[in-house]
Write a protein that binds this ligand. Structure first.
Ligand code: NAX
Length: 325
């Protein structure tokens, strides 16, 4: 029998967690032959709701789901886990300043980094989704001294997928025809969705759309897409966020297709002149649980300025939570 993969999802009773758990359990993340054990971690106030999620998972009778653990104890939630998906975070309350949101979440992610360090598998792979995702990943990794920075990532795959969708719409092509999309920077308004390396069915994207469209319409639309969804639905992205989690972890674990890359927020190694002090979204290729930042891409002055703006924002976020690093 194939050994089950243990997957921890924090905030599993929340909107994204609810959309995600069933997809992981049905085999979409690791393939149709790979059993999984779900460890769902919540705060005490959400345990009743989490029990309901557990009951529904049971009621699906999913053959790949070998066990479900429901808990509010991080020591149990992260025990020997192979993949930790950190979604649970504090939402921005009314009148709350961004600085306070960053500080409050920093406490959650420093505690979870420690718990992952102490209880998870030594080979654990961590994906941070809860915002501010890049800085939370930085904090979690800093509080896990026995693990490597390369084991911690943050999610910009939703932005990447949004960008693929918009470019496919504009060019009347299929998403599957587009390769080499890149999201640079922070998962925030300063992110830089970059189509300059995109290929669409053998042609350069810039032969099919104008730079003006990219600058005036495409980039701001991707940067503001989260807000657009909230305005339309009255709720933030959940199913698409869960879908991006599946894509991010699947590609990290099983590999990216030849000739293509994906966007992942990872600890900078100085590539493209980005400070090594931040977790930054880069184009990466993946193979068997390891990623490599794609090297050698040309960045014009405008692109470099956008990378700098996002780096500056991340360094400011870092300064707010400095004492937890
Ligand atoms: P919800 O408020 O629906 O769910 C969050 C859940 O986390 C709640 O059930 C809560 O009880 C739980 N929780 C809070 N603190 C916890 C802790 N310390 N341990 C375990 N569980 C805890 O939010 P949802 O819509 O699911 O969004 C979750 C997070 O994802 C938010 O921070 C949101 O901003 C972020 N997002 C990040 C995205 C990305 O691309 N990186 C996109 C989607 C989303 O906006």
């Amino acid at each position: 029998m194939i050994k089950p993969i243990k997957v921890t999802i924090t905030g599993a009773a929340g909107h994204i967690g609810y959309a995600l758990a069933f997809r992981v359990a049905s085999g979409e993340m690791f393939g149709p032959d790979q059993p999984v054990i779900l460890r769902l971690l919540e705060i005490p106030q959400a345990l009743s709701s989490l029990n309901g999620v557990g009951m529904e998972l049971e009621d699906c009778a999913l053959p790949l789901l070998h066990d479900i653990v429901l808990t509010d104890d991080p020591g149990i939630g992260f025990r020997e886990t192979d993949y930790a998906i950190l979604i649970g975070a504090k939402a921005r309350g009314k009148g709350m300043e961004r600085k306070d949101l960053i500080s409050d979440n920093a406490k959650i992610f420093s505690a979870q980094g420690k718990a992952i360090n102490d209880h998870a598998s030594g080979d654990v792979r961590v994906l941070v989704v809860g915002n501010p995702a890049n800085t939370n990943a930085l904090i979690a990794a800093a509080n896990a001294p026995d693990l490597e920075n390369k084991q911690f990532t943050a999610m910009t795959r939703l932005d990447h997928n949004r960008a693929l969708g918009q470019l496919a719409n504009k060019t009347n092509k299929l998403v599957a025809d587009i390769t080499r999309m890149t999201i640079w920077g922070n998962h925030s308004m300063t992110q830089y969705p970059d189509i300059s390396n995109c290929r669409i069915g053998g042609a350069s994207a810039l032969e099919l759309v104008t730079r003006d469209w990219a600058i005036d319409h495409f980039i701001p639309r991707i940067q503001r897409r989260g807000g657009e969804i909230i305005e339309a639905r009255g709720l933030s992205s959940a199913a698409s966020a869960a879908d991006a989690v599946v894509d991010h972890v699947r590609d990290w674990a099983l590999g990216t297709p030849d000739g293509d890359w994906v966007s992942m927020s990872v600890r900078s190694d100085g590539s493209y002149g980005v400070s090594e002090d931040v977790v930054f979204s880069f184009p990466v290729t993946c193979k068997a649980g390891e990623y490599e930042i794609v090297q050698g891409l040309e960045l014009d002055d405008l692109s470099q300025a956008r990378l700098k703006a996002s780096e500056k924002e991340l360094l400011e976020e870092r300064a707010i939570i400095q004492e937890l690093l």
